[in-house]
Design a protein around this ligand. Structure first.
Ligand code: PLP
Length: 464
């Protein structure tokens, strides 16, 4: 089946409220046209993120009731540790409350000022945590990743030529580790192939540089390998994951994605000294090593989620639902990034709103219009998130892609709601010339997209 139906039935429902256009208009003004500032209960279909928004299974909820809330040595930690080791295979398993804490602990331990950490594309929190150490976060994905029309199976791959050039330019001693983000969120949720991972590993081996995975969406990446990479059609998702992680020295993980939980994360690695230093820091900032900022019940839900996410039927539905939305939009001519990613459909805002200039934030303008007209919330992944304005010259550097991400929460929305999103966007695209740009009125020094404020430029203004 091209779009497999849901491999679950619904046991608990959460009502969602419809709002009027006037209400949404007022909320937008109060929020400074930043959708992060709009209350969730005023959103009809919330595609802001797939992070921490999953519906847990009855088995996970049952596990929550078995939470052992002992300060030290909770049985849920041991269960979680056993599951994590059986998939990822690394010696040390260090729980954290979410992914960015795992990043913070890793980078504050191993990255020194002036160093550099290559990745295919850093997610904003990994970039911010590396830059916080006064080091450089380098994006070295293959150049095809920046062409929204280039439809190749593994668009998240590392550019090995540029990786080797970088090592030779900065020197191996300045690179404490290299990373691969699977799937590559900031590049459209695109997977990395096993072959590219293997080759990255052998290149790094020649220079003695460790490889870490940003593993948030590892199961989705493994499913793409299963589906697209020759030689893996008969291999189970678990075995693909085991092979993939065997090429690394560790991983950071936000379990809010492929851990199928609402909160949780971890860091797992082989290096004993790093693990010891990180654990000491963990005790200072998160908690005792057998809970690391989580309750015992959260650890249990995470252990069960990590097993469930490897189920092939679940993944086929999951990837299929995202593809369903993407193909409905594509068939109607709405510009999207190709190929359709694992957790989200990415709208190409530059092509959706060609009349809105880049310095008028077309991605953000599209996000605002989608909410105003239909109560749907997406997120800008473009100039607001990644652009940088030099305070001295006032000059802005723009990211290559200007996108709006429609991230699909796992097991949350029915295909009917997904069809509503598609119909809304198709209608919005027909009336795109009515959408105007925005001007930025406030920005924080780091991760500005969360709190930035905007004003609208008149829709009738010809901004082209
Ligand atoms: C690729 C990637 N890395 C890291 C993170 C950070 O995880 P968390 O939000 O749990 O801190 C995210 C979150 O969206 C992500 O997508």
């Amino acid at each position: 089946m091209r779009f497999p139906s849901e491999p679950f039935k619904i046991k608990v429902v959460e009502p969602i409220r419809r709002t009027t256009r006037e209400e949404r208009e007022r909320l937008l003004q109060e929020a400074g046209y930043n959708l992060f500032q709009v209350p969730a209960e005023s959103v009809y279909v919330d595609l802001l993120t797939d992070s921490g928004t999953s519906a847990m299974s009855d088995d996970q909820w049952a596990g929550m009731m078995l939470g052992d809330e002992s300060y030290a040595g909770s049985k849920n930690y041991y269960h979680f540790e056993e599951v994590a080791r059986s998939i990822f295979g690394y010696t040390h398993v260090i729980p954290t409350h979410q992914g960015r804490m795992a990043e913070n602990l890793l980078f504050s331990t191993v990255v020194k000022p002036g160093m550099c950490v290559p990745n295919n594309i850093h997610f904003d929190t990994t970039r911010a945590n590396i830059e916080h150490q006064h080091a450089e976060a380098l994006d070295l994905v293959i150049k095809e990743a920046y062409d929204p029309h280039c439809d190749i199976p593994f668009k998240g791959n590392m550019d090995l030529v540029r990786l080797e050039e970088t090592i030779n330019r900065v020197g191996q001693a300045q690179i404490p580790l290299a990373m691969l983000t699977i799937t590559n969120n900031s590049g459209g949720g695109q997977p990395v192939s096993m072959e590219n991972i293997r080759r990255t590993r052998s290149l790094l081996n020649r220079y003695g540089i460790p490889l870490f995975f940003d593993a948030c969406r590892f199961a989705e990446n493994c499913f793409f390998i299963h589906e697209r990479e020759p030689g893996y059609a008969e291999t189970s998702i678990l075995d693909i994951a085991r092979e993939l992680f065997s090429y690394g020295d560790g991983c950071t993980m936000s379990a809010k994605k492929d851990g199928l939980v609402n909160i949780g994360g971890f860091l797992s690695l082989n290096h004993d000294q790093w693990a010891q230093d990180i654990t000491n820091m963990l005790i200072l900032v998160e908690g005792f090593p057998t809970y690391g900022g989580l309750a015992g019940r959260d650890l249990e839900a995470m252990a069960r989620g990590l097993r469930e996410v490897l189920d092939e039927d679940y993944l086929r539905f999951r990837i299929g639902q995202v593809r369903y939305l993407g193909e409905l939009l594509d068939a109607a001519g709405v510009p999207i990034l190709k190929p359709i990613g694992g957790h989200a459909v990415y709208l190409n805002a530059k092509e959706f709103l060609p009349h809105v200039r880049r310095d008028e934030y077309p991605g953000q303008a599209l996000v605002v219009a989608l909410y105003r007209e239909y109560g749907i919330r997406g997120v800008e992944i473009g100039t607001v998130m990644f652009g940088k304005t030099d305070s001295a010259s006032g000059r802005t550097t723009y990211p290559e892609l200007e996108m709006v991400r429609l991230a699909i929460p796992r097991r949350v929305y029915t295909n009917m709601q997904i069809a509503y999103v598609a119909e809304s966007l198709i209608e919005l695209y027909r009336h795109r010339d009515r959408i105007g740009g925005l001007t930025l009125t406030y920005e924080a020094p780091v991760l500005r997209h969360f709190t930035a404020r905007f004003q609208e430029l008149p829709p009738h203004r010809n901004t082209g």
